[in-house]
Ligand binder design. Structure first.
Ligand SMILES: C[S@@+](CC[C@H](N)C(=O)[O-])C[C@H]1O[C@@H](n2cnc3c(N)ncnc32)[C@H](O)[C@@H]1O
Length: 224
């Protein structure tokens, strides 16, 4: 049974649970992805859509001193956490986080060298608007990478995660468990992604699937 219970943004009572889960996969997930990003883009400005607690931007900043990242998210609580995480890692100057909707970006056209997003695609009400906005803000010849889901849940050490819960988080975990049973997270398939992309100006793209994760790489056409 699936009910339309899930809001697009991560609701605040679940934010700290999510942050604790992602913290456990920094080394096994975000660090490897950040290495790939730093190998692909040496310098410039990246936009991370649905940035959550900001662990991917922090890992990128560690590996690429000439990169700055702007992270946006609909969740105010997660943006606060992302700012805290950037500051405690010493990257407050190169990482900027703000509340914002990926489907209605405030940034001018062609203002980013790369767009990234992990684990957001399946949550979107209007994924086509997000892909179109990504195309608009990308500089010509540059890429957007959408990875979904962020393979967080399959990688976390559940016992370690649960052991870190406060009393409030224990209640929230039970609520989350019931919620997921009633309204399981959606998955974006290759053909879903293809259908989305067809309604955008992206012509050059590659979709791959690996161990439960879909990776959509989209390249904006170089200037004519
Ligand atoms: C599963 S979390 C992934 C967070 C982070 N990228 C990570 O890998 O840990 C998805 C995030 O996307 C955010 N989100 C969903 N729809 C959004 C939208 N339209 N604009 C901005 N953020 C959005 C949610 O609030 C949530 O924090």
């Amino acid at each position: 049974m699936s009910l339309p219970l899930t809001p697009e943004r991560l609701p605040w009572p679940f934010a700290s649970l999510y942050e604790k889960a992602t913290r456990l996969v920094i080394e096994s997930y975000y660090s490897g992805l950040a290495r790939e990003v730093a190998g692909f883009l040496e310098k410039g400005r990246i936009l991370d859509l649905g940035t959550g607690p900001g662990y991917l931007p922090v890992q990128i900043a560690k590996r690429a001193p000439a990169i700055t990242v702007v992270g946006i998210d609909l969740s105010r609580s997660l943006i606060k956490m992302a700012r805290r995480n950037a500051a405690s890692a010493g990257f407050a100057k190169r990482l900027h986080f703000e509340v914002g909707n990926a489907g209605r970006l405030r940034f001018p056209a062609e203002s980013f060298d790369m767009v990234l997003s992990t684990g957001m695609l399946h949550m979107l009400r209007d994924p086509v608007a997000v892909l179109r906005e990504s195309h608009r803000v990308l500089r010509c010849g540059r890429e957007a990478w959408f990875l979904d889901p962020a393979r967080v849940s399959s990688q976390i050490d559940k016992e370690k995660w649960k052991a870190s819960f406060s009393l409030f988080e224990r209640f929230m975990y039970i609520a989350l468990f019931i919620h997921v049973r009633l309204d399981p997270p959606k998955t974006v398939t290759k053909s879903d992604a293809l259908q989305m992309i067809r309604s955008t100006p992206f012509k050059d793209f590659r979709i791959t699937e690996r161990t439960g994760e879909i990776r959509v790489r989209l390249r904006k056409d170089p200037e004519p």
